[in-house]
Design a protein around this ligand. Structure first.
Ligand code: NAD
Length: 367
Protein backbone atom coordinates (compact mmCIF):
# COMPACT_ATOMS: atom_id res chain seq x y z
CA UNK A 1 0.00 0.00 0.00
CA UNK A 2 1.21 3.51 -0.76
CA UNK A 3 -0.16 6.65 0.90
CA UNK A 4 -0.57 9.64 -1.37
CA UNK A 5 -1.39 13.09 -0.04
CA UNK A 6 -3.07 15.61 -2.35
CA UNK A 7 -2.48 19.29 -1.59
CA UNK A 8 -4.37 21.32 -4.22
CA UNK A 9 -3.56 24.71 -2.66
CA UNK A 10 -4.88 27.89 -4.24
CA UNK A 11 -6.46 29.25 -7.44
CA UNK A 12 -5.72 26.92 -10.40
CA UNK A 13 -4.29 24.36 -7.95
CA UNK A 14 -7.93 23.53 -7.21
CA UNK A 15 -8.59 22.87 -10.93
CA UNK A 16 -5.50 20.95 -12.03
CA UNK A 17 -5.04 18.58 -9.08
CA UNK A 18 -8.45 16.88 -9.59
CA UNK A 19 -7.47 16.12 -13.21
CA UNK A 20 -4.17 14.62 -12.09
CA UNK A 21 -5.90 12.67 -9.31
CA UNK A 22 -8.09 10.85 -11.87
CA UNK A 23 -4.99 9.88 -13.83
CA UNK A 24 -3.22 8.66 -10.69
CA UNK A 25 -6.22 6.57 -9.58
CA UNK A 26 -6.51 4.97 -13.01
CA UNK A 27 -2.83 4.00 -13.11
CA UNK A 28 -3.03 2.80 -9.51
CA UNK A 29 -5.86 0.42 -10.37
CA UNK A 30 -4.24 -0.78 -13.60
CA UNK A 31 -0.91 -1.57 -11.93
CA UNK A 32 -2.35 -2.88 -8.61
CA UNK A 33 -0.56 -0.22 -6.62
CA UNK A 34 -3.07 -0.24 -3.75
CA UNK A 35 -3.02 3.55 -3.36
CA UNK A 36 -4.59 5.28 -0.39
CA UNK A 37 -5.42 8.86 -1.36
CA UNK A 38 -6.03 11.62 1.16
CA UNK A 39 -6.08 15.40 0.89
CA UNK A 40 -5.24 18.37 3.10
CA UNK A 41 -5.00 22.15 3.14
CA UNK A 42 -1.93 24.22 2.36
CA UNK A 43 -1.24 27.83 1.41
CA UNK A 44 -4.00 30.41 1.27
CA UNK A 45 -6.69 27.74 1.54
CA UNK A 46 -5.21 26.74 4.91
CA UNK A 47 -4.88 30.37 6.02
CA UNK A 48 -8.58 30.90 5.24
CA UNK A 49 -9.60 27.78 7.16
CA UNK A 50 -7.29 27.73 10.18
CA UNK A 51 -5.11 30.85 10.05
CA UNK A 52 -1.74 29.30 9.11
CA UNK A 53 -0.32 28.22 5.72
CA UNK A 54 0.89 24.80 6.94
CA UNK A 55 -1.46 23.35 9.59
CA UNK A 56 -0.10 20.69 11.97
CA UNK A 57 -2.60 18.20 10.54
CA UNK A 58 -1.26 18.73 7.01
CA UNK A 59 2.33 18.29 8.16
CA UNK A 60 1.45 15.09 10.04
CA UNK A 61 -0.27 13.67 6.96
CA UNK A 62 2.69 14.73 4.81
CA UNK A 63 5.19 12.96 7.07
CA UNK A 64 3.11 9.78 6.89
CA UNK A 65 2.71 9.89 3.10
CA UNK A 66 4.90 8.06 0.59
CA UNK A 67 4.40 10.86 -1.91
CA UNK A 68 2.64 14.21 -2.12
CA UNK A 69 1.00 15.86 -5.11
CA UNK A 70 0.85 19.62 -4.80
CA UNK A 71 -0.99 22.13 -7.01
CA UNK A 72 0.25 25.64 -6.27
CA UNK A 73 -0.03 28.20 -3.50
CA UNK A 74 -0.34 31.96 -3.24
CA UNK A 75 -2.17 34.77 -4.95
CA UNK A 76 -3.37 38.34 -4.58
CA UNK A 77 -5.84 37.55 -1.80
CA UNK A 78 -2.88 36.74 0.46
CA UNK A 79 -0.24 39.24 -0.67
CA UNK A 80 -0.78 41.63 2.26
CA UNK A 81 -0.41 38.97 4.98
CA UNK A 82 2.59 39.12 7.35
CA UNK A 83 5.57 37.04 6.18
CA UNK A 84 4.95 34.03 8.44
CA UNK A 85 1.32 33.76 7.26
CA UNK A 86 2.09 33.97 3.53
CA UNK A 87 1.07 30.86 1.52
CA UNK A 88 4.60 30.49 0.08
CA UNK A 89 5.86 30.14 3.65
CA UNK A 90 3.82 26.92 3.95
CA UNK A 91 5.61 25.54 0.93
CA UNK A 92 9.08 26.35 2.29
CA UNK A 93 8.12 24.87 5.67
CA UNK A 94 6.93 21.56 4.24
CA UNK A 95 10.01 21.25 2.00
CA UNK A 96 12.36 21.79 4.90
CA UNK A 97 10.33 19.64 7.37
CA UNK A 98 10.63 16.69 4.96
CA UNK A 99 14.27 17.52 4.15
CA UNK A 100 13.62 17.50 0.42
CA UNK A 101 17.17 18.25 -0.70
CA UNK A 102 16.96 17.02 -4.30
CA UNK A 103 14.93 19.02 -6.80
CA UNK A 104 14.47 17.34 -10.18
CA UNK A 105 13.42 19.60 -13.04
CA UNK A 106 13.15 17.88 -16.42
CA UNK A 107 13.00 20.00 -19.56
CA UNK A 108 11.53 17.88 -22.33
CA UNK A 109 10.59 19.21 -25.73
CA UNK A 110 7.44 17.58 -27.04
CA UNK A 111 7.81 17.36 -30.83
CA UNK A 112 4.23 18.66 -31.23
CA UNK A 113 5.14 21.90 -29.41
CA UNK A 114 8.47 22.63 -31.03
CA UNK A 115 7.08 25.89 -32.45
CA UNK A 116 6.44 27.22 -28.92
CA UNK A 117 10.15 27.47 -28.07
CA UNK A 118 11.98 30.76 -28.42
CA UNK A 119 14.91 28.83 -29.96
CA UNK A 120 15.12 27.46 -33.51
CA UNK A 121 13.34 24.08 -33.86
CA UNK A 122 16.56 22.25 -34.84
CA UNK A 123 18.21 23.35 -31.56
CA UNK A 124 15.41 22.04 -29.33
CA UNK A 125 13.75 19.16 -31.22
CA UNK A 126 14.29 16.03 -29.13
CA UNK A 127 15.55 17.99 -26.11
CA UNK A 128 15.49 15.93 -22.89
CA UNK A 129 17.47 17.42 -19.99
CA UNK A 130 17.19 16.73 -16.28
CA UNK A 131 18.41 19.45 -13.93
CA UNK A 132 19.15 18.30 -10.37
CA UNK A 133 19.20 21.27 -8.02
CA UNK A 134 20.25 21.15 -4.36
CA UNK A 135 17.23 22.58 -2.54
CA UNK A 136 17.89 22.89 1.18
CA UNK A 137 21.34 24.45 1.44
CA UNK A 138 23.67 26.95 -0.21
CA UNK A 139 23.37 30.72 -0.21
CA UNK A 140 19.56 30.69 0.23
CA UNK A 141 19.96 29.26 3.72
CA UNK A 142 23.56 30.14 4.70
CA UNK A 143 24.28 32.12 7.88
CA UNK A 144 25.24 34.82 8.64
CA UNK A 145 22.90 36.83 6.47
CA UNK A 146 21.23 40.20 6.69
CA UNK A 147 21.63 43.93 6.10
CA UNK A 148 23.91 45.84 8.47
CA UNK A 149 24.87 49.43 9.05
CA UNK A 150 28.52 50.23 8.50
CA UNK A 151 30.48 52.79 10.51
CA UNK A 152 30.55 55.15 7.53
CA UNK A 153 26.72 55.15 7.46
CA UNK A 154 26.39 52.88 4.42
CA UNK A 155 24.11 49.86 4.64
CA UNK A 156 25.63 46.54 3.54
CA UNK A 157 23.72 43.43 2.49
CA UNK A 158 25.39 40.04 2.96
CA UNK A 159 24.70 36.33 2.52
CA UNK A 160 26.78 33.21 2.97
CA UNK A 161 27.42 30.61 0.28
CA UNK A 162 28.05 27.45 2.28
CA UNK A 163 28.00 23.71 1.51
CA UNK A 164 29.48 20.90 3.57
CA UNK A 165 30.80 17.65 2.11
CA UNK A 166 27.78 15.63 3.25
CA UNK A 167 25.36 17.96 1.49
CA UNK A 168 27.40 17.92 -1.70
CA UNK A 169 27.85 14.16 -1.66
CA UNK A 170 24.16 13.34 -1.26
CA UNK A 171 22.97 15.58 -4.10
CA UNK A 172 25.82 14.40 -6.34
CA UNK A 173 25.02 10.76 -5.56
CA UNK A 174 21.39 11.32 -6.52
CA UNK A 175 22.50 12.92 -9.78
CA UNK A 176 24.97 10.12 -10.62
CA UNK A 177 22.25 7.52 -10.01
CA UNK A 178 19.79 9.39 -12.23
CA UNK A 179 22.43 9.71 -14.96
CA UNK A 180 22.98 5.95 -14.78
CA UNK A 181 19.28 5.40 -15.52
CA UNK A 182 19.29 7.93 -18.39
CA UNK A 183 21.97 8.78 -20.92
CA UNK A 184 24.99 8.13 -18.66
CA UNK A 185 26.26 11.72 -18.77
CA UNK A 186 26.49 14.19 -15.87
CA UNK A 187 27.51 17.83 -15.99
CA UNK A 188 28.33 19.41 -12.63
CA UNK A 189 27.97 23.19 -12.59
CA UNK A 190 29.96 25.42 -10.23
CA UNK A 191 31.98 28.62 -10.06
CA UNK A 192 35.20 27.03 -8.87
CA UNK A 193 37.31 29.77 -10.47
CA UNK A 194 35.90 32.31 -7.96
CA UNK A 195 34.05 30.66 -5.05
CA UNK A 196 35.87 28.42 -2.55
CA UNK A 197 32.63 26.70 -1.59
CA UNK A 198 32.36 25.44 -5.14
CA UNK A 199 36.03 24.38 -5.27
CA UNK A 200 34.99 21.90 -2.57
CA UNK A 201 31.84 21.07 -4.58
CA UNK A 202 34.00 20.15 -7.58
CA UNK A 203 36.41 18.08 -5.46
CA UNK A 204 33.64 16.05 -3.81
CA UNK A 205 31.79 15.42 -7.09
CA UNK A 206 35.06 14.32 -8.73
CA UNK A 207 35.85 11.92 -5.85
CA UNK A 208 32.41 10.37 -6.12
CA UNK A 209 32.79 9.82 -9.86
CA UNK A 210 35.08 6.87 -9.06
CA UNK A 211 32.04 4.95 -7.80
CA UNK A 212 30.18 5.52 -11.08
CA UNK A 213 32.54 4.45 -13.87
CA UNK A 214 29.57 4.11 -16.24
CA UNK A 215 28.77 7.84 -15.94
CA UNK A 216 30.76 10.36 -17.94
CA UNK A 217 31.35 13.42 -15.73
CA UNK A 218 32.19 16.94 -16.91
CA UNK A 219 32.41 20.22 -15.01
CA UNK A 220 31.30 23.61 -16.29
CA UNK A 221 31.44 27.07 -14.75
CA UNK A 222 27.93 28.41 -14.33
CA UNK A 223 28.38 31.28 -16.79
CA UNK A 224 29.50 28.84 -19.49
CA UNK A 225 26.68 26.44 -18.57
CA UNK A 226 24.11 29.21 -19.06
CA UNK A 227 25.63 30.06 -22.43
CA UNK A 228 25.71 26.41 -23.55
CA UNK A 229 22.08 25.90 -22.47
CA UNK A 230 20.87 28.46 -24.98
CA UNK A 231 23.55 27.74 -27.62
CA UNK A 232 23.33 23.95 -27.86
CA UNK A 233 21.05 22.55 -25.14
CA UNK A 234 20.93 19.01 -26.52
CA UNK A 235 24.55 18.41 -25.43
CA UNK A 236 23.26 17.91 -21.86
CA UNK A 237 21.77 14.82 -20.21
CA UNK A 238 21.76 15.38 -16.41
CA UNK A 239 23.06 18.61 -14.83
CA UNK A 240 23.72 18.91 -11.09
CA UNK A 241 24.28 22.15 -9.23
CA UNK A 242 23.70 24.11 -6.04
CA UNK A 243 20.57 25.91 -4.94
CA UNK A 244 21.07 29.35 -6.50
CA UNK A 245 22.64 28.28 -9.81
CA UNK A 246 19.99 25.55 -10.09
CA UNK A 247 17.18 28.03 -9.51
CA UNK A 248 18.34 30.14 -12.44
CA UNK A 249 19.47 27.40 -14.84
CA UNK A 250 16.34 25.29 -14.36
CA UNK A 251 14.09 28.22 -15.26
CA UNK A 252 16.20 28.94 -18.34
CA UNK A 253 16.10 25.26 -19.38
CA UNK A 254 12.36 25.13 -18.74
CA UNK A 255 11.75 28.04 -21.06
CA UNK A 256 13.58 26.26 -23.87
CA UNK A 257 10.50 24.08 -24.06
CA UNK A 258 8.15 27.02 -24.52
CA UNK A 259 5.38 26.57 -21.99
CA UNK A 260 5.27 26.70 -18.22
CA UNK A 261 2.03 24.70 -18.31
CA UNK A 262 3.93 21.57 -19.42
CA UNK A 263 6.67 21.39 -16.78
CA UNK A 264 6.59 18.92 -13.88
CA UNK A 265 9.01 18.70 -10.95
CA UNK A 266 9.95 16.46 -8.06
CA UNK A 267 11.60 17.24 -4.74
CA UNK A 268 13.01 14.18 -2.98
CA UNK A 269 14.51 13.29 0.38
CA UNK A 270 16.94 10.53 1.28
CA UNK A 271 14.09 8.05 1.86
CA UNK A 272 12.65 8.53 -1.64
CA UNK A 273 9.67 10.42 -0.27
CA UNK A 274 8.80 13.33 -2.50
CA UNK A 275 6.64 16.31 -3.30
CA UNK A 276 5.57 16.35 -6.94
CA UNK A 277 4.30 19.61 -8.38
CA UNK A 278 4.07 21.64 -11.56
CA UNK A 279 6.79 24.30 -11.96
CA UNK A 280 4.24 27.07 -12.38
CA UNK A 281 2.42 29.06 -9.71
CA UNK A 282 -1.27 29.44 -8.92
CA UNK A 283 -2.02 31.60 -12.00
CA UNK A 284 -4.70 33.79 -10.38
CA UNK A 285 -5.16 35.60 -13.71
CA UNK A 286 -6.79 32.55 -15.31
CA UNK A 287 -8.25 30.79 -12.24
CA UNK A 288 -11.87 29.65 -12.42
CA UNK A 289 -12.07 30.00 -16.21
CA UNK A 290 -11.15 26.49 -17.31
CA UNK A 291 -8.01 27.84 -19.01
CA UNK A 292 -5.36 26.16 -16.85
CA UNK A 293 -3.20 23.53 -18.51
CA UNK A 294 -3.32 20.41 -16.29
CA UNK A 295 -0.49 18.61 -18.12
CA UNK A 296 2.36 19.78 -15.86
CA UNK A 297 0.50 18.33 -12.87
CA UNK A 298 -0.40 15.13 -14.75
CA UNK A 299 3.27 14.76 -15.76
CA UNK A 300 4.21 15.31 -12.10
CA UNK A 301 2.14 12.20 -11.35
CA UNK A 302 4.31 10.34 -13.87
CA UNK A 303 7.41 11.49 -11.95
CA UNK A 304 5.79 10.32 -8.70
CA UNK A 305 5.25 6.87 -10.17
CA UNK A 306 8.84 6.73 -11.40
CA UNK A 307 10.70 8.09 -8.36
CA UNK A 308 8.56 7.32 -5.27
CA UNK A 309 6.29 4.42 -6.30
CA UNK A 310 8.78 2.45 -8.42
CA UNK A 311 6.24 2.08 -11.23
CA UNK A 312 8.13 3.13 -14.35
CA UNK A 313 5.56 1.43 -16.62
CA UNK A 314 2.80 3.59 -15.14
CA UNK A 315 4.94 6.68 -15.68
CA UNK A 316 5.61 5.68 -19.29
CA UNK A 317 1.88 5.11 -19.86
CA UNK A 318 1.02 8.62 -18.67
CA UNK A 319 3.75 10.25 -20.74
CA UNK A 320 2.58 8.31 -23.79
CA UNK A 321 -1.03 9.38 -23.19
CA UNK A 322 0.06 13.04 -23.03
CA UNK A 323 1.87 12.58 -26.34
CA UNK A 324 -1.28 11.08 -27.85
CA UNK A 325 -3.52 14.03 -26.89
CA UNK A 326 -0.95 16.47 -28.24
CA UNK A 327 -0.79 14.45 -31.48
CA UNK A 328 -4.56 14.72 -31.69
CA UNK A 329 -4.15 18.51 -31.62
CA UNK A 330 -5.71 19.16 -28.22
CA UNK A 331 -4.36 22.39 -26.75
CA UNK A 332 -5.20 24.52 -23.71
CA UNK A 333 -4.90 28.26 -24.48
CA UNK A 334 -1.28 28.54 -23.23
CA UNK A 335 -0.01 26.07 -25.85
CA UNK A 336 -2.51 26.74 -28.66
CA UNK A 337 -1.09 28.14 -31.87
CA UNK A 338 -2.99 30.31 -34.30
CA UNK A 339 -5.97 28.51 -35.76
CA UNK A 340 -6.14 25.93 -32.98
CA UNK A 341 -9.40 25.99 -30.99
CA UNK A 342 -8.39 25.63 -27.32
CA UNK A 343 -9.90 23.05 -24.98
CA UNK A 344 -10.68 23.53 -21.28
CA UNK A 345 -8.79 22.16 -18.29
CA UNK A 346 -11.41 19.43 -17.83
CA UNK A 347 -11.47 18.51 -21.52
CA UNK A 348 -7.69 18.16 -21.53
CA UNK A 349 -7.77 16.03 -18.37
CA UNK A 350 -10.54 13.84 -19.80
CA UNK A 351 -8.65 13.37 -23.09
CA UNK A 352 -5.51 12.19 -21.24
CA UNK A 353 -7.63 9.81 -19.19
CA UNK A 354 -9.28 8.45 -22.36
CA UNK A 355 -5.93 7.91 -24.06
CA UNK A 356 -4.58 6.26 -20.93
CA UNK A 357 -7.55 3.94 -20.47
CA UNK A 358 -7.47 2.94 -24.13
CA UNK A 359 -3.75 2.19 -23.88
CA UNK A 360 -4.09 0.23 -20.64
CA UNK A 361 -7.06 -1.77 -21.90
CA UNK A 362 -5.61 -2.66 -25.27
CA UNK A 363 -1.88 -2.45 -24.73
CA UNK A 364 -1.87 0.00 -27.63
CA UNK A 365 -1.86 3.78 -28.06
CA UNK A 366 -4.79 5.48 -29.76
CA UNK A 367 -4.06 7.18 -33.05
P1 NAD B 1 2.41 31.79 -12.33
O1 NAD B 1 3.27 30.64 -12.71
O2 NAD B 1 1.27 31.50 -11.44
O3 NAD B 1 1.84 32.48 -13.66
C1 NAD B 1 2.70 33.03 -14.65
C2 NAD B 1 1.93 33.07 -15.99
O4 NAD B 1 1.84 31.74 -16.49
C3 NAD B 1 0.52 33.58 -15.86
O5 NAD B 1 0.19 34.32 -17.01
C4 NAD B 1 -0.34 32.34 -15.82
O6 NAD B 1 -1.64 32.51 -16.31
C5 NAD B 1 0.48 31.37 -16.67
N1 NAD B 1 0.31 29.98 -16.22
C6 NAD B 1 0.86 29.43 -15.10
N2 NAD B 1 0.48 28.15 -14.98
C7 NAD B 1 -0.32 27.88 -16.05
C8 NAD B 1 -1.03 26.72 -16.48
N3 NAD B 1 -1.02 25.57 -15.81
N4 NAD B 1 -1.75 26.81 -17.62
C9 NAD B 1 -1.78 27.95 -18.31
N5 NAD B 1 -1.14 29.07 -17.97
C10 NAD B 1 -0.42 29.04 -16.83
O7 NAD B 1 3.37 32.88 -11.69
P2 NAD B 1 3.00 34.27 -10.99
O8 NAD B 1 1.87 34.94 -11.73
O9 NAD B 1 4.29 34.97 -10.84
O10 NAD B 1 2.51 33.88 -9.53
C11 NAD B 1 1.14 33.76 -9.13
C12 NAD B 1 1.10 33.27 -7.68
O11 NAD B 1 1.65 31.95 -7.62
C13 NAD B 1 1.93 34.12 -6.73
O12 NAD B 1 1.23 34.25 -5.52
C14 NAD B 1 3.19 33.31 -6.53
O13 NAD B 1 3.80 33.57 -5.28
C15 NAD B 1 2.66 31.92 -6.60
N6 NAD B 1 3.66 30.90 -7.00
C16 NAD B 1 3.54 29.69 -6.41
C17 NAD B 1 4.41 28.68 -6.76
C18 NAD B 1 4.22 27.33 -6.14
O14 NAD B 1 3.18 27.09 -5.52
N7 NAD B 1 5.16 26.43 -6.29
C19 NAD B 1 5.39 28.89 -7.74
C20 NAD B 1 5.47 30.13 -8.35
C21 NAD B 1 4.58 31.15 -7.96
Amino acid sequence: MAKILLLPGDYIGQEIVPQAEKVLSTVGRAFDLDLELDSALIGGAAVDAVGVPLPEETLAKARAADAILLGAVGGPAYDELPRDKRPERGLLQIRSALDLFGNLRPAIMYPQLVGASSLKPELVAGLDILIVRELTGGIYFGEPRGVRQLENGDREGFNTYVYNETEIRRIARLAFELAQKRGGRLCSVDKANVLEATVLWREVVTELAGEYPDVELEHLYVDNAAMQLVRAPKQFDVMVTGNMFGDILSDAAAMLTGSIGMLPSASLNAQGQGIYEPCHGSAPDIAGQGKANPLATILSVAMMLRYSLQCASGADAIETAVGVVLDRGLRTPDIAEEGQEPVTTEEMGAAVLDALEYQLASGRTAA
